[in-house]
Design a protein around this ligand. Structure first.
Ligand code: FES
Ligand code: FES
Length: 152
C-alpha cells in the first residue's frame, strides 16, 4: 500500500505517494521524472545514482523513498540556475571530463559535496571524494582536473 511522504528536492517541496519497497532512485525517475539520476548497478557499487541528501552524497539505489521523508535532496537537475550551469558542470565540459555521460551526474554531485566541505582539495582528496563513483570512459584524470580547476 502506498504511503505519502513529504520532502524537499532542489529547493522545491514535494508530496509523493510511494510503495514501501520503492527506492529513492525509482521515485525520482519514475514518480517525478528527474531522470538525471542514473540507474546503473542498483546495488551500491557504481555511484551513478548519487544524490545529495541533507548535505551528504548517497547512493539513491540503497535508500528507500520512505527514508527520504522529511529530507532535503539535491539532484543534478538542481545545480543549474537562471545564470546557467553550475561551475562544476562548466568545468566538466571545459576539461573534457565527460564522454558517455552516464557517470557524470553522480560524479558531479560527489564533487559538489566535496567542494562544499573542502573548497580547495588536493588531488588525493579529490580522488577519495569521487572514489564511490565509477567511470568506464575517462580514466578519471580529466575529472580530477575539472574538480581541481573549480577548487582554484
Ligand atoms: S545504481 Fe546505485 S550505486 Fe550503482
Ligand atoms: S563518461 Fe562514461 S562512464 Fe564516465
Amino acid at each position: 500500500m502506498k504511503r505519502i511522504i513529504q520532502l524537499t528536492i532542489n529547493d522545491k517541496e514535494y508530496e509523493v505517494a510511494v510503495e514501501p519497497n520503492q527506492t529513492l532512485t525509482d521515485m525520482l525517475r519514475y514518480e517525478l521524472g528527474l531522470t538525471g539520476t542514473k540507474k546503473g548497478c542498483e546495488v551500491g557499487d557504481c555511484g551513478s545514482c548519487t544524490v545529495i541528501m541533507d548535505g551528504i552524497p548517497v547512493n539513491s539505489c540503497l535508500v528507500l523513498a520512505m527514508q527520504a521523508n522529511g529530507r532535503k535532496i539535491t539532484t543534478i537537475e538542481g545545480l543549474e540556475t537562471e545564470k546557467g550551469m553550475h561551475p562544476i558542470q562548466k568545468a566538466f565540459v571545459e576539461k573534457g571530463a565527460i564522454q558517455c555521460g552516464f557517470c557524470t551526474p553522480g560524479m558531479i554531485l560527489s564533487s559538489k559535496s566535496l567542494l562544499d566541505k573542502n573548497p580547495n582539495p588536493t588531488e588525493e582528496e579529490i580522488r577519495a571524494g569521487i572514489s564511490g563513483n565509477l567511470c568506464r570512459c575517462t580514466g578519471y584524470q580529466k575529472i580530477v582536473d575539472a574538480v581541481k580547476s573549480v577548487g582554484k
